[in-house]
Design a protein around this ligand. Structure first.
Ligand code: ATP
Ligand code: MG
Length: 440
């Protein structure tokens, strides 16, 4: 993409209505614009990142055996009356009437709907186990929407729902999602620690939140630094390996991590002092096992192996897809702007011409741009007729992992500057080696 033809509105000043760094940077770097309280339009840059995050979530869900579908945002009040949650949910639920005075609502979550759909077609134990998911917009009329997309009213969530024959099998589905979550967040370049959680209005007795550490997080957290060393991609744990997955769960449960809601001073005191870490954190995911709560309520029943009726055990598993963008920025930025982990960066490379009016360097930059594009590298080319310093500032602000800086003096000597955004390291190298490095 050529910047001169893009819609990438960056702001010089920090907008005054934003309180935390990720919100400020999302506005300044032109990722989002608020269209109503807690409701955001995703500008091209933000949309690219949102899709990257969504795709990682999708791939890891698929790998874990979950099956994607799509449910609507609008739901009928009837469905929610069946479970009793229409009245229980409170003012966070956006309730609407259609032209026939029928009550509908903008879904804050989907347990009722998925259970009703599954109940309509699942017949026997052969239809289990299944985990179904979708990535869909939710609406919760939060009292105090704030921090930009971090606590919005409309937000994008991945929500998965598991159906199993009994509690043992349901626990295995839960452990499977736990591993999928650990892998998902690690792939995004952030550390999310699983913490035992109170299960709240969804109900049930087994629940973990996944918390990204950041000073602006809403909850206080306490965890064992052993989590810093875990690598969920390198370990050879496989989906389907029941003993291994149970082992993972036991490891998580025996390695202390809790938010202020579930913090246990006695267990905390047992953690070696030099391994105690405290701070604040952002909830980016939440998983629950809740037994037959919704299957009972929604009339889900299948015939078991011996023909007798079985009520499936369920769990639900949420990832805050849009909140993750804020959380990633909170965890990865510096004083000049965003520092995207490569896996979620809107583009991998940014090319900057220091003097767009200098024919030799503009020509070299044009060729580099075309070569990278042809090689399938995601590249943003700042070919605007602006001062070099302004362009470098914008490039730092939007945080692409690599910058190629093309200036008249370098080009005369056949070189460009390759800059790593995270380390700040700069190298003078030939155009050919820049190309080779970026396409490797
Ligand atoms: P919170 O405690 O932050 O209000 P929650 O516990 O009500 O969240 P869940 O029902 O667990 O949320 O939803 C699953 C995930 O959806 C959360 O872990 C979070 O990442 C995301 N999420 C929830 N509410 C919002 C919101 N208002 N804006 C953006 N993301 C949200
Ligand atoms: Mg939660």
């Amino acid at each position: 993409m050529r910047w001169s033809q893009a819609f990438l509105p960056v702001l010089k000043e920090s907008p005054s209505d934003a309180q935390i760094v990720s919100h400020k940077l999302m506005l300044r770097a032109g990722l989002v614009r608020q269209t109503a309280a807690g409701i955001y339009a995703w500008l091209p840059l933000g949309w690219r990142v949102l899709q990257k995050i969504e795709q990682i979530v999708r791939e890891e869900q698929d790998r874990a055996g979950a099956i994607e579908m799509l449910m609507p945002t609008l739901q009928s009040a009837e469905l929610w009356r069946t479970s009793g949650r229409y009245d229980a949910y409170g003012p966070e639920m956006l309730r609407i009437k259609d032209r026939h005075e029928r009550e509908i609502l903008y879904g804050p979550t989907n347990e009722e709907m998925i259970t009703a759909i599954f109940a309509g077609d699942a017949r026997s134990y052969r239809d289990l186990p299944r985990t179904l998911y979708h990535i869909q917009w939710k609406f919760r009329d939060e009292v105090r929407p704030r921090f930009g997309v971090m606590r919005g009213r409309e937000f994008l969530m991945k929500d998965a729902y598991s159906f199993d024959l009994d509690e043992g099998a349901a626990r295995l589905s839960y452990y499977t999602q736990m591993l999928a979550y650990l892998r998902t967040f690690q792939r995004m370049g952030i550390k999310a620690v699983p913490m035992k959680a109170a299960s709240g209005p969804i109900g049930g007795d087994l629940s973990h939140e996944f918390i990204v550490l950041a000073p602006t997080g809403e909850s206080e957290v306490f965890y064992d630094s052993a989590y810093d060393g875990f690598d969920w991609h390198q370990n050879d744990l496989r989906y389907g390996d029941e003993a291994g997955l149970k082992g993972l769960f036991d490891q998580v449960n025996s390695t202390y991590a809790a938010t202020d809601e579930t913090h246990d001073e006695a267990r905390w005191a047992e953690v070696a002092e030099d391994r105690r870490r405290t701070g604040r954190g952002i909830e980016v995911g939440h998983i629950f096992y809740f037994g037959t709560k919704y299957s009972d309520a929604m009339g889900l029943k299948v015939s078991g192996k011996d023909g007798s009726p079985v009520v499936p055990h369920m769990g639900s598993y949420g990832v805050g897809v849009s909140r993750l963008i804020g959380a990633i920025i909170e965890a990865s930025h510096d004083e000049t702007g965003i520092v995207w982990p490569e896996a979620v960066a809107p583009w991998k490379v940014g090319i900057v011409t220091m003097r767009a009016d200098d024919e030799a360097s503009a020509g070299a930059a044009d060729r580099l741009y075309e070569h990278l594009r042809m090689a399938g590298v995601e590249v943003l080319y700042d070919d605007r007729d602006e001062r070099g310093g302004v362009k470098l500032g914008s490039m730092d602000l939007i945080g692409l992992p690599w910058q190629v800086i093309v200036g008249p003096r370098g080009i005369a000597a056949g070189t460009v500057e390759l800059k790593n955004r995270r380390s700040g390291e700069r190298e003078e190298i030939s155009l050919e080696s820049a190309l080779a490095r970026l396409t490797a």
